[in-house]
Structures are given as C-alpha cells and as structure tokens.
Design a protein around this ligand. Structure first.
Ligand code: ATP
Length: 283
C-alpha cells in the first residue's frame, strides 16, 4: 500500500547572509513560511534493497542526484534498513525557483519513510539528517513558520503570519543557488531587519510585516536577472502591499490582505509574466 506525503513550497520572509565561514559556506538567518502550493509524494515499499524515483519533469533528474533519492539513501543508511522504496513525485512547485521544492521533497521522504517503516524517529533527529542533505530540508521537516540558522539545523518555530494572500510570479528562468552565493561580496551586502519581521509575526501586524520583509540575495540575483526587479516593480505598481524575491530567486512574491485585491493583482500579473500563482500561507 502506498503512503502519501504532501511537500509544500516555502517563501522567505527574510533571508540574511550573516557572514562567510572559514569552510567557504555562508551563515544564514532566514524566516520561512509554508504556502499551499505542494508536490505530492507517494512511497511504495519494495522487498528488494533498492530505491527508485519516478518524476515527470524535464528539469529534475530521477537518479541519485534527486534530493528525494538522497534523502532515502541517508535514511536507509542511518537506520540500517535492508528493504527498499519506490518514490513517485508529482511536481507542482516550479523548479530552481527559490521556493524550496527539492528540499521539501527530501523532507517529505524522511517523514514518509519514518511512517512507512514505523521507526518513530523524533523530528529533531530527522532535522539533523535533513540538514546533511540541503540547508532548507530541516525547516521543511516541520513546515509552518520558523527562523532557521546555522547550516539549516537550528530551527525556532514562530507565530504564523497574519492571514493573507500570496501572489507568486516566476520569470521564465531558473536560478542556480550556488552561482548566486559565488557572487556575494560580503562587504556591501544588504541585511534585512529579521527581528522586525519576527516582531510583526507575533504582533500579527500585516503592514509591519510587509514593510520589514527583506532578502540579502535579491540585489545580487537582480543584477544577473533584471526581470526580477521588473516583476517586483510591476507587482508594487498594481498594489501589492509587500513584495520580495524568495530564496535565491527568481520567484517574486507579493503579500495582499484581501481576496478581491489579491485576485485583481493575480490577473494583472498574468498579463506580465507567464507563470503566476495565487496561494495562501499555511504556516
Ligand atoms: P532553494 O531555494 O532551496 O535553492 P529552489 O527552489 O531554488 O531551492 P529546487 O526546485 O529545489 O530549487 O531545485 C534546485 C535544483 O535541485 C535543481 O537543479 C533540480 O534539478 C535539483 N533537484 C534535485 N532533486 C529535486 C527534486 N526532487 N525537486 C526539485 N529539484 C530537484
């Protein structure tokens, strides 16, 4: 019997690159929240000791490079499992978009295998395993809204954002996160006010939230892909209350409090950009 896990996308309410570490990686501080745009993961137990991935996407490999595959390998190795699993991924989250689709798939596999093989591993342990795969996987184990630090293993749950609508607009390009990080020159980095974002969440203050969201990577991705700024400006012009690029981009999201206005902006953006979604925060 198949077991089903939902793998929702995330947006960054803040993304701060704090410093470059000696090992070449960057210390980040990120506030993330989950949205109701999800991939669907089905797990089928196999008697043989093997992992199979099937996915209909020309942008995502189905072999050992797939993050869902890597998650299954990590899980099997760590808990010494000698049987196998077939992982079927229905992709709805745009790929290389800054929405954390691959990480969310990996987290869903870790959660799902924990159920499939009835191991009862606590979430804290799955987070550590997830962080060894990719830095957003730990957050995706919990979902909801959290501030994430370190290499993605330090997770502090936060209050959910006030109820609102989210318009996602993705320009027709994919961004490679690694390449964006290579462009960082730490001296002139923009730093968002993450404490103010967190305050806004606890105060349930929608306008304060819109005025404090920020992303250190937005200016860097925008230099390489000016489309990001064009979309941001268009979304602000037609009335979104807070607009920001998510992750390393290129997806830009707009926050809107009321449904009618959100639908109007969604329709307006569809004339401007090919891939547009209207979703809600589920964090
Ligand atoms: P992040 O913000 O964490 O960098 P992203 O949303 O920008 O993530 P993803 O959609 O997760 O990007 O994909 C990034 C890369 O990972 C792509 O090159 C993609 O081919 C690869 N990848 C591997 N496995 C998956 C998967 N299951 N789903 C999506 N992408 C995957």
């Amino acid at each position: 019997m198949a077991l089903i896990e939902r793998a929702p996308a995330k947006i960054n309410l803040s993304l701060d690159v704090l410093r470059k570490r000696e090992d070449g990686f960057h210390d980040l501080e990120m506030v993330m929240t989950t949205i109701d745009l999800s991939d669907r993961i089905e797990l089928f137990p196999l008697k043989q000791d093997k992992i199979e991935v099937s996915i209909e996407s020309r942008y995502v490999p189905s072999d050992e490079r797939n993050l869902a595959y890597k998650a299954a390998v990590a899980f099997k190795n760590k808990y010494n499992i000698k049987t196998g699993v077939r992982i079927c991924i229905e992709k709805n989250i745009p790929v290389s978009a800054g929405l954390g689709g691959g990480s969310s798939n990996a987290a869903a596999v870790l959660r799902g295998l924990n159920r499939l093989w009835r191991l009862n591993i606590p979430k804290e342990e799955l987070v550590l395993l997830g962080a060894s795969i990719d830095e957003d996987v730990g957050f995706c184990i919990y979902g909801n809204t959290a501030v994430v630090r370190g290499y993605g293993e330090k997770i502090e749950m936060l209050a959910s954002p006030p109820p609102c609508w989210v318009i996602l607009a993705k320009p027709n390009i994919g961004v490679t996160t690694r390449k964006i990080f290579e462009q960082i020159s730490v001296t002139d980095l923009y730093h968002p006010n993450t404490s103010k974002v967190i305050e806004a969440l606890y105060e349930k203050d929608f306008h304060k939230l819109c005025n404090s969201i920020g992303n250190s990577l937005e200016p860097i991705t925008s230099v390489q892909h000016p489309e990001v700024m064009h979309i941001k400006q268009a979304m602000l012009n037609i009335g979104a209350d807070g607009v920001l690029m998510s992750g390393s981009g290129p997806t830009v999201y707009g926050l809107v409090e009321h449904e009618n206005k959100a639908r109007r902006i969604y329709n307006g953006m569809r004339g401007f950009c090919e891939e547009v979604y209207l979703v809600r925060i589920i964090g």
